[in-house]
Design a protein around this ligand. Structure first.
Ligand code: PLP
Length: 370
């Protein structure tokens, strides 16, 4: 008998979130119209270990503001990993800058520092580093390259709340970092994001662009064409409740990964997320890479899992291969891993029994097709 639908992601919402949001609907107005947003910004920055923060309506918006605040403009080149969600790259197109696609590291699936160096030109201004699925990139090497060539670093930590690299939290690297609080993420505000920096100047610029480029001295007087990616008090109240539970949420993600590891590690032909020494992975997406010898593509597996009521996700496609971008680039590892990897259900409500069922189903699918 097929079990109930197993979703690939999903939040953990308790009475705390409901009560905090309800409170914000009661008193988050007039002189309190940014009360919860201000508090959430302050507490989240302190959790990550950054000086300044700006809550936004999405991580996509936060990344757009980050590029604007760093002064990136038309014709500038930014080196980005060829494997990530498109949200980090689209804002480069908004401002006329050019993404230059670098390959990924075969272990962490994050941007490969060696390929960054190869792709630097006179026009390169910045590097977008993504903490993919909760894996941490080789930040030390990337920071050295950035310093040597005078490049800015934007850390896209959308998927990495709670991760650590040599004792420092995800989101505390580079000049600017951004988080997502989309409903699929480890902590959520429904939709939402955050931009963080240690430079007051960067945050002030981001605030200016995020407030329609208003003159600070004259009401309704706009100096340039601006943007608005603001978070509401309701979302921030939800974020405050989630932040109070962050250790529990992160532990649950790690627990889910351990259940998968118990069932799948050591199975020939399968590889799961890694946690290199001195890093902490919060396993936003439990991911399995299937050996070439198994001779089965990710779409076929996804299709078969779906027939068993299991929702899984394809590993991101190389961005350069998407119709939206459609550019020829030399990133063989991105293409190889993407073709044979997928994300397994690991929402915060996932149970051990569901993990057992997913693993049994996956192994059956792979074996019967060998
Ligand atoms: C790596 C990465 N960057 C950016 C985003 C964009 O986040 P949002 O949906 O909050 O705009 C996501 C969302 O899934 C993501 O995974």
């Amino acid at each position: 008998m097929k079990p109930k639908f197993i979703p690939v992601t999903g939040p953990s919402i308790t009475r705390k979130e409901i009560e905090y949001v309800a409170q914000a609907t009661k008193d988050g107005w007039n002189e309190n119209c940014t009360k919860y947003v201000d508090l959430f910004e302050k507490k989240f920055a302190s959790y990550v270990g950054r000086k300044y923060s700006l809550a936004t309506s999405s991580c996509t918006g936060a990344i757009h503001l980050a590029y604007l605040a760093l002064g990136l403009k038309s014709g500038d080149e930014v080196i980005v990993p060829n494997i990530t969600w498109i949200a980090g790259v689209e804002p480069l197109y908004y401002i006329g800058a050019k993404p230059v696609f670098a390959d990924i590291d075969p272990e962490t699936w994050c941007i490969d520092p060696n390929d960054i160096e190869r792709k630097i030109t006179k026009k390169t201004k910045a590097i977008l580093v993504v903490d993919l699925y909760g894996n941490m990139p080789k930040m030390d090497s990337i920071a050295k390259i950035a310093k040597k060539h005078g490049l800015e670093i934007i850390e896209d930590a959308a998927e990495a709340v709670g991760c650590e690299y040599y004792g420092k939290k995800a989101g505390s690297f580079g000049d600017v970092s951004c988080f997502s609080f989309h409903g699929s993420k480890t902590m959520t505000t429904g939709e939402g994001g955050m931009l963080l920096a240690d430079s007051r100047d960067i945050i002030e610029k981001a605030e200016y662009y995020n407030d329609h480029c208003k003159d600070s001295q004259k009401t309704f007087w706009n100096l340039e064409i601006g943007y608005k990616y603001k978070m509401s008090n309701f979302q921030a109240a939800c974020g405050l409740a989630q932040l109070e539970r962050i250790e529990e949420l992160v532990e649950k993600k790690r627990q889910i990964f351990y259940w998968y590891r118990e069932r799948l590690s050591g199975v020939p032909g399968l590889r799961l997320n890694v946690e290199p020494a001195k890093t902490k992975n919060t396993y936003w997406m439990v991911t399995v890479v299937i050996d070439k010898q198994c001779n089965i593509g990710k779409e076929m597996i996804l299709d078969r899992l779906s027939k068993l009521n299991i929702q899984a996700r394809p590993f991101f496609y190389p961005l350069s291969s998407l119709p939206a971008i459609n550019r020829k680039v030399d990133t063989p590892i991105s293409f190889d891993i993407s073709s044979r990897a997928l994300n397994l259900p690991c929402g915060l409500k996932t149970t051990r029994e569901q993990v057992d069922y997913v693993c049994k189903s996956l192994l059956k699918i792979i074996n019967c097709l060998k």
